[in-house]
Design a protein around this ligand. Structure first.
Ligand SMILES: C[S@@+](CC[C@H](N)C(=O)[O-])C[C@H]1O[C@@H](n2cnc3c(N)ncnc32)[C@H](O)[C@@H]1O
Length: 260
């Protein structure tokens, strides 16, 4: 998507977005007030940010296996770690949000689609009381993520190598339910909807699905519209860079756009 379209969608979001006080749903109000807006402070998260800073300077080169929709800026097969760290990782603000959500809601079965260098996985693992699963298709990228987990002494991450098309259904077969899943790889409409439909078979009314880059392309916007309209979904929250999907029963079906 070109820069004008991106700006257009972002401005549209800003004009539509509500703050806490414009939100009439008690569930969403409480979620924003108690989890989304409070600032997270934690010594262990600082350590993850030190690792991110090191990756942002890392000149080692690796060969990339791209099983997804590719990158917006550069699809070379050989990349420096620095370049991957600049373009692929979720910003601290969002990673800290996942940390808060996991700390507060204590989901038991957590999955991340797209490990990359292991930065967001580290936030999720540090918040989780149980093991989290993170799936990655590029073996060389995954080996840097493993380095991240080792350096940060994170032991509750199970990495699963391979294409999501195979690894996600295989993992879902092993789990009774999925409580928290972060979709952060292969940003095409068909893949996003396919993974959504696979994961929803293991969703409960307390599950939370988070979709990354919902305005990354026209295709992703279309996928997001389809997910919002799905009758199995109750509440969605559009934070522009990510979209949150809830399945709560007894809630009016409603789509919120919230300033973040
Ligand atoms: C945006 S990055 C993930 C960033 C990470 N969640 C973070 O915030 O630190 C997306 C990752 O998904 C992986 N990926 C994309 N499509 C895939 C697929 N079909 N199967 C497996 N991995 C895939 C890419 O190799 C890439 O490392």
């Amino acid at each position: 998507m070109n820069v004008f379209k991106q700006t257009y969608y972002y401005l549209k979001y800003r004009l539509r977005a509500n703050t806490l006080h414009g939100t009439h749903s008690p569930f969403v109000y409480q979620f924003l007030e108690q989890i989304v807006y409070p600032k997270v402070v934690s010594e262990s998260l600082n350590k993850i940010e030190i690792r991110r800073a090191d990756l942002l300077k890392d000149q080692r080169q690796i060969e990339i296996t791209d099983l997804g929709a590719g990158s917006r800026e550069n699809n070379n097969r050989i990349k420096t770690i620095q370049r991957i760290a600049k373009s692929a990782l979720k910003q601290p603000k969002f990673a800290a949000l996942y940390y808060s959500i996991i700390k507060s809601t204590k989901p038991a079965h957590i999955i991340e689609l797209g490990t990359s260098l292991g930065i967001t996985s580290s936030y999720m693992a540090m918040a989780a009381s149980e093991k989290i699963y993170t799936l990655e298709g590029c073996p060389n990228t995954l080996s840097i993520a493993k380095e991240t987990f080792e350096l940060l002494e994170i032991k509750n991450v199970e990495t699963i190598a391979g294409n999501f098309d195979q690894t996600l259904p295989a993992l879902l077969d092993q789990l009774n339910q999925v409580d928290f899943i972060y979709f952060d790889g292969n940003h095409t409409k068909s893949a996003t909807l396919h993974y959504f439909n696979l994961a929803i078979t293991k969703a409960t009314e307390n599950s939370l699905f988070i979709f990354d880059d919902i305005y990354w392309s026209e295709e992703m916007i279309e996928a997001w519209e389809i997910i919002k309209a799905d009758p199995r979904v109750s509440i969605t929250i559009d934070l522009y860079f990510i979209g949150l999907v809830f399945f709560k029963k007894g809630q009016a079906k409603e789509n919120f756009t919230i300033l973040f």
